[in-house]
Design a protein around this ligand. Structure first.
Ligand code: NAG
Ligand code: NAG
Ligand code: NAG
Ligand code: NAG
Ligand code: NAG
Ligand code: NAG
Length: 390
């Protein structure tokens, strides 16, 4: 018996050593990840990451097919090489977050990380959304202080909170990603970013219960193209401009996107609260946008105050300027195509409308589609359907 155990141990350690030495490939199965779907594999992932992060040169961290239960986990750098996090299997989140952490899968302090592999993140939101107390509902995939990185070819389903978030990141490309959650799931933003710049988002399909994309405080130089949003609350700049310490949002380019059955399409939202320092949102272009049965296709709302959470309303201190809407076509589900509710103390400036062609989904007698404009100045050219405010 004892000899048999020794032999097995020897054999196992040979297999393990081979796995670890196999080029710079670190496979979580070689670190005793069980992939049973309901046993905690967090420790195995952590040990594999430690070894991968120490290794110089190009390194692959592999998660083979199978279902792995992980508690909140931090893949932290700086690392010695460039890591590809190859997710082929499915990761499942705990339905009851056992910690006070707010993000489930965290990447931090990294340069040149790639996340890919065709696998899936399952946030288990369906059993968490209704929960009234306990630990925080988890954001799915979080990048903080990460530069020069790529995320592509992965799926995120039913995140408990936002699906993908970026905080203080620079030069990140997200592409070929599918994000799915029900239209009535709370706070399940698709992709959310703050204090980040140099962000590319291409070929992404988002169906969710909140904003498909939200760009909040300090977001700069973002290109978004070929994003399909629906259901969801649209692609948003903001909300921002509440009384916390915030930064400007600028240089945002949204091109060739489709909104299908969303509450909003292209949207800018700021709070009606007093600011300790002035803020601006500027140089934003929306181009070649397809609108299908959207309740409010184009909006700037400087009185954004969901469930009256802003106390005494004052005119927004955010200055909005240089916003261009070009080639926006389709059908509106509500009575308003464009709603510009700008700040009285900081009117919107240089808002340009070119070739706007929006029709009511079902034409009704006595109810034609219209635009609403307050405290806004701009120019219009080409088709203006419904009739432009200026
Ligand atoms: C990311 O870039 C910023 C700005 O250049 C820099 O301050 C930070 O140290 C970089 N982070 C990493 C992990 O390389
Ligand atoms: C981001 O990319 C720009 C343009 O290629 C480059 O100048 C900048 O140094 C990059 N940022 C970081 C943190 O590497
Ligand atoms: C976005 O596109 C513009 C022009 O097409 C380019 O100048 C800018 O560097 C791009 N930004 C990013 C983050 O790739
Ligand atoms: C919009 O969604 C409906 C219902 O899912 C679908 O039948 C239709 O093809 C979609 N339209 C576009 C342009 O994606
Ligand atoms: C108005 O904004 C557009 C970009 O949206 C910019 O190209 C143009 O130069 C701006 N005009 C003025 C007068 O600021
Ligand atoms: C608006 O665009 C013009 C022309 O490109 C530029 O000079 C001005 O700085 C922009 N305004 C803001 C607030 O960025």
């Amino acid at each position: 018996m004892a000899r048999w155990v020794i032999l097995m141990c020897l054999l196992l350690s040979i297999v393990e050593a081979r796995g670890r030495r196999n080029g710079n490939v670190f496979d979580v199965r070689d670190y005793n990840a069980l992939a049973s779907g309901n046993t905690d594999d967090t420790k195995a992932f952590m040990s594999a990451w430690k070894d991968a992060c120490k290794t110089e040169g190009k390194t692959t961290f592999v998660i083979p097919s199978g279902t792995y239960m992980l508690n909140p986990i931090v893949f932290s750098g700086p690392c010695n090489g460039q890591i590809t996090f190859e997710l082929k299997g499915t990761l499942t989140a705990p339905t009851n977050n056992p910690s006070s952490d707010t993000t489930w899968i965290n990447f931090r302090y990294l340069d040149h990380i790639t996340v890919n592999g065709g696998g899936k993140l399952d946030g288990q939101g369906t059993s968490a959304w209704g929960r009234k107390n306990g630990n925080p509902l988890l954001m799915g995939l979080g990048f903080a202080f990460v530069n020069n990185s790529n995320v592509n070819n992965i799926q995120s389903v039913n995140s408990q909170n936002a699906h993908i978030s970026m905080y203080q990141c620079e030069n990140i490309t997200l592409s070929h990603i599918t994000i799915t959650a029900p239209s009535n799931s709370p706070n399940t933003d698709g992709i959310k970013m703050a204090k980040s710049k140099g962000i590319n988002i291409n070929d992404v399909h988002i169906a969710t219960g909140d904003d498909c994309i939200a760009m909040i405080t300090g977001t700069k130089n973002v290109n978004i193209s070929n994003v399909y949003c629906g259901p969801g609350h649209g692609i948003s700049v903001g909300s921002f401009g509440s009384n916390t310490d915030e930064f400007d949002i600028q240089d945002i380019y949204v091109k060739s996107c489709t909104f299908n059955a969303t509450s909003h399409g292209v949207r800018i939202k700021t709070w009606p609260t007093a600011l300790t320092h002035p803020l601006k949102a500027s140089n934003i272009v929306y181009e070649d946008i397809t609108i299908v049965d959207v309740s409010l296709p184009i909006s700037i709302d400087q009185e954004y105050c969901p469930s009256n959470k802003c106390g005494k309303k004052v005119s927004s201190g955010v200055k909005i300027s240089n916003i261009s809407y070009r080639n926006i076509k389709g059908t509106s589900k509500g009575d308003v195509a464009i709603a510009f509710k700008c700040s009285e103390s900081n009117p919107c400036q240089n808002i340009s409308l070119e070739n706007i062609d929006l029709k009511r989904k079902r034409p009704r007698r006595h109810r034609t589609l219209k635009n609403l404009c307050f405290n806004v100045r701009g120019a219009s050219r080409g088709i203006q359907e419904p009739k432009a405010c200026w």
